[in-house]
Design a binder for this molecule. Structure first.
Ligand code: PLP
Length: 182
């Protein structure tokens, strides 16, 4: 940010904001009058991905430009009611964060035991090196476990595993052990 020309617009994607304990304060750039937009979503900790709703925070001049170019009716009424309820539901957010923290610790412990390399995470997924990401994705799919192969991100050896309930996490690790063992 210090080296960026002031006319350049910076977009911060904070989809995992609520999962991060020491989140950098990006709103201070907006307060300083910089050209930034901070994006948040209801798709992650709030679990409302199907309602297609999120929000952006920026200076009014920037928001005004976006209003001129955005699609009409881009957010529906049901989504807005759900989003407002979700903001107030701090217990759900706390429970989801706790479940995710537990699940992440479980996956990381299991990966270490299986001697798999992984990228330490603070979000609701873990990136893990399984050798052949696409093959492991397909084999897990056969066992009704869906992960994301990262070939499209130029990481052919890796898969991204989303943290679920502890039952789902255990099922995933069990399937992974079988797939990698065979
Ligand atoms: C970094 C990041 N940003 C944004 C999104 C999607 O957010 P939305 O459902 O609000 O489009 C995702 C979901 O996978 C994500 O991982």
């Amino acid at each position: 940010m210090a080296r960026l020309p002031p006319q350049v617009l910076v977009v911060f994607d904070e989809a995992y904001y609520e999962f991060v304990e020491e989140m950098p304060d990006t709103l201070r750039y907006m307060r300083d009058g910089r050209n930034v937009v901070t994006l948040r979503t209801f798709s992650k900790i709030h679990g409302l991905a199907s309602l297609r709703i999120g929000y952006g925070i920026a200076r009014p001049e920037l928001i005004e430009v976006m209003h001129k170019t955005r699609q009409p009716f881009n957010v529906n009424g049901v989504g807005q009611v759900g989003a407002l309820a979700a903001l107030a539901d701090e217990e759900h957010q706390r429970e989801t964060k706790e479940l995710t923290d537990r699940g992440r610790a479980f996956f990381e412990k299991e990966f270490a035991a299986m001697k798999l390399r992984f990228v330490p995470s603070v979000a609701n997924f873990v990136l893990v090196n399984v050798g052949d990401g696409l093959a492991v994705f397909r084999a897990l799919l056969q066992r009704k476990v869906i992960v994301r192969a990262m070939k499209g991100y130029n990481l052919p050896e890796w898969v991204r595993i989303t943290i679920g309930t502890m039952d789902q996490n255990r099922k995933c690790v069990e399937a992974l052990r079988r797939v990698l063992g065979s």
